[in-house]
Design a protein around this ligand. Structure first.
Ligand code: CLR
Length: 263
């Protein structure tokens, strides 16, 4: 039928974007959404059911009593788990898959942390400002022994601000693909190819947003992208600081993938 092919009756509210998306763009969205679904640790229903699970005072105290290097190592392992799922997501995105290996690595080096932070908003509870970490919901105080409260506060604020936009899983999937396919990243060999892949994913995103009557989200999402860059720069800065204090912990106890991407 016409509606299955993306052909919709004229809508004066969104005259420009009511143009039918080509079959190619529809298939691209469907493929990205499938890749997202297959590479997220928890489904939205599961997270919803787990909302009551919060850390007790004793458990929070146990995290706060860890030494700086012990807590860093623990968080680096958890963060690397999350990054691993993002790498798997990227590998399943048409357009990313087709890039040469060097460019795939270059995009992951600068984009995987950004996608982890966007995905963090799915795991966020705005009622009590907690995030699902290590099996329960945790507030910023749990991360005290990392000794980087400015980074933690900024990351939580970002997740909060993204969470209140209430993105659907479909919108989240295509938005995170767009975050990865950034032709402005350093060290790319074939920028043009990344740009072409990005253009299609961008079309897919604006098609979805306008179909959902949420065209205004596009602008808000691009605002958030700018914050991502400074958050990731702060993460790298903190890692440098930590490595200076505890070079051996980073060298022998941090996950190899973490060092490969951020080290
Ligand atoms: C992101 C969403 C994942 C689950 C998950 C696991 C680890 C969390 C991460 C989320 C968000 C960012 C996080 C991280 C652990 C430490 C890190 C809170 C919730 C903060 C920003 C500290 C970074 C510095 C470390 C390298 C020490 O599905």
């Amino acid at each position: 039928s016409g509606s299955e092919m993306g052909i919709r009756p004229f809508d004066p509210e969104s005259s420009f974007f009511s143009y039918p998306a080509s079959l190619h763009i529809e298939e691209l969205s469907a493929s990205i959404v499938r890749s997202h679904r297959e590479t997220t640790q928890y489904r939205p229903e599961e997270l919803q059911a787990l909302r009551w699970k919060v850390f007790s005072r004793e458990e929070i105290h146990a995290y706060q009593s860890k030494s700086v290097d012990e807590m860093w190592q623990h968080c680096a392992v958890r963060l690397t788990d999350a990054v691993q799922y993002v790498v798997e997501f990227a590998k399943r995105i048409p357009g990313f898959r087709q890039l040469c290996q060097n460019d795939q690595i270059a995009l992951l080096k600068s984009g995987s942390m950004e996608v982890v932070l966007v995905r963090m908003s799915r795991m966020f509870n705005t009622e009590n400002n907690t995030v699902f970490f290590d099996g329960k919901f945790a507030g910023t105080e749990l991360f005290k022994s990392l000794a980087c409260s400015d980074l933690i506060a900024a990351v939580f604020e970002f997740a909060h601000n993204l969470c209140v936009l209430r993105l659907t899983e479909q919108q989240m999937a295509v938005f995170t693909a767009l975050v990865l396919l950034n032709a402005d990243r350093p060290c790319l060999e074939d920028r043009e190819r990344v740009q072409r892949a990005r253009r299609d994913v961008g079309l897919a995103l604006s098609h979805i947003l306008h179909r959902d009557n949420q065209g205004s989200l596009q602008h808000k999402l691009f605002q958030r992208v700018q914050e991502l860059e400074s958050l990731c720069a702060l993460h790298i800065e903190k890692l440098r600081w930590f490595r200076q204090l505890y070079p051996l912990t980073v060298h022998s106890l941090f996950p190899p993938l973490y060092k490969e991407l951020f080290g």
